[in-house]
Design a protein around this ligand. Structure first.
Ligand SMILES: [Zn+2]
Length: 192
């Protein structure tokens, strides 16, 4: 631990048993095994309640077509993109891991995301404001465009990890938990 001031950044498991990735890498490599770190992306279902509330307040969580909050980070939000990318790269920087495994690298369902931020960023990226939000992008004339843009919010993280993590460690293996029903998964969960 660097200082007491930062104690809250560590999990209870870390406090009790120490750095689990470091110990895992050491034990596995001693026995000729590879270590691939499994990372839950975007999905907040096991996140601490105060963190979820904080993210929701900051407009960083997803919103359904009817305005209901969804406990899943919005992938188009730049701070969320940064958070996911930085935490994945931090693993490669700090540990001699052999691979990264991306889980939940998608939207939760077809319900997300229709937050105000997505409206803004979609309009900005396409250079054209959405008149009726969100109906225009769900059943209206801009549906196809939105589905493609939504997939890109996921793909751009995979692309960034691929480029930057492999720059840090040549030959690093990347894998992902993916849906098998292509191309329906593009429309359902934004996974291309
Ligand atoms: Zn959103």
């Amino acid at each position: 631990m660097e200082s007491l001031r930062h104690w809250h950044l560590y999990s209870k498991t870390f406090d009790k048993y120490g750095d689990q990735i470091a110990q895992c890498v050491k034990a596995a490599h001693r026995n000729g095994l590879e270590v691939h770190v499994w990372k839950v992306n975007w999905n907040l279902s096991h996140a601490p309640e105060d963190f979820i509330q904080k993210m929701r307040k900051a407009g960083r969580t997803q919103v359904s077509p009817t305005g209901e909050p969804i406990d899943w980070l919005c992938p188009s939000h730049p701070d969320n993109f940064r958070l996911e990318l930085d935490s994945l790269l931090e693993i490669v920087r700090k540990y001699e891991v052999d691979g990264l495994h991306l889980d939940y690298i998608r939207y939760p369902s077809s319900e997300g995301c229709y937050c105000d931020g997505c409206r803004e960023r979609f309009s900005r990226d396409t250079g054209k404001a959405v008149k009726n939000w969100p109906s225009d992008v769900i059943t209206g004339t801009r549906r196809e465009e939105y589905l493609n843009w939504r997939c890109e919010q996921i793909t751009r993280l995979v692309r960034a990890v691929h480029e930057q993590a492999r720059k840090l460690r040549k030959g690093l293996k990347l894998s992902a938990a993916v849906f098998s029903n292509y191309p329906a998964c593009r429309e359902q969960v934004g996974q291309d």
